[in-house]
Design a protein around this ligand. Structure first.
Ligand code: ATP
Ligand code: MG
Length: 183
């Protein structure tokens, strides 16, 4: 599955709707400090089902909504739409009836957030599983956020080991072993 297009509206600094095409191969996003590069990556993680406000650099999930500037009032909602190429038909069965998948997440102040895939309301879990199966989930080692490399280098050996185990996909085994030992 490939990402094809992403559309943001009201999300962090992307107050006006903006749509970006993602072609095959390597995509670079360049720009001056504070122009929104990390916000864009966070939008991708958010639409894939990120549930931690902290990893979105916010105190609460509503902080992803455009908060206003000196010249523009705050918004009440944010939308992110991700278009996926599913021509390889690798999506989970419930979504595998089309070559294109449109995943939408939106949030409204006071109302929380909701997801749609190809126009159908779905649960957060369904979206998370869609991406987990494609090995690109919001928590997968495929996404490395700013400062993370420094944190890995500065981490204590024990903590660094946890990160490596997470990346290797074996951290679940420790949980199961502990579980078995306590029985
Ligand atoms: P750097 O090169 O320093 O890493 P960057 O391009 O990654 O910069 P971002 O961190 O994506 O920049 O963008 C930061 C900008 O986004 C700041 O100006 C901040 O005020 C703005 N911003 C973040 N959240 C919101 C929000 N909810 N509403 C409005 N603006 C926001
Ligand atoms: Mg950044």
């Amino acid at each position: 599955m490939h990402f094809r297009r992403i559309r943001l509206a009201g999300f962090k600094s992307f107050v006006d709707p903006v749509e970006l095409r993602i072609d095959d191969g390597l995509t670079g996003v360049v720009g001056p400090n504070g122009c929104g590069k990390s916000n864009l990556l966070e939008a991708i993680r958010w639409v894939m089902g990120e549930s931690s406000a902290k990893s979105m650099r916010g105190g609460g999930m509503e902080d992803v909504i455009f908060a206003g500037t000196d010249r523009r009032p705050a918004r009440d909602a944010a939308h992110v739409t991700l278009h996926l190429d599913n021509s390889s038909r690798r999506a989970p069965a419930q979504f595998n009836d089309s070559d294109d998948l449109e995943v939408v997440r939106h949030i409204e102040r006071g109302l929380g957030s909701a997801y749609r895939v190809n126009g159908r309301d779905v649960r957060q879990k369904d979206v998370q599983l869609l991406f987990a199966d494609a090995a690109t989930g919001a928590h997968s080692p495929a996404l490395v956020s700013q400062g993370r490399i420094g944190a890995i280098i500065a981490a204590k050996p024990q903590d660094r080991r946890l990160l490596l185990e997470e990346a290797a996909g074996i951290s679940g085994l420790h949980v199961r072993r502990k579980d078995a030992e306590q029985r």
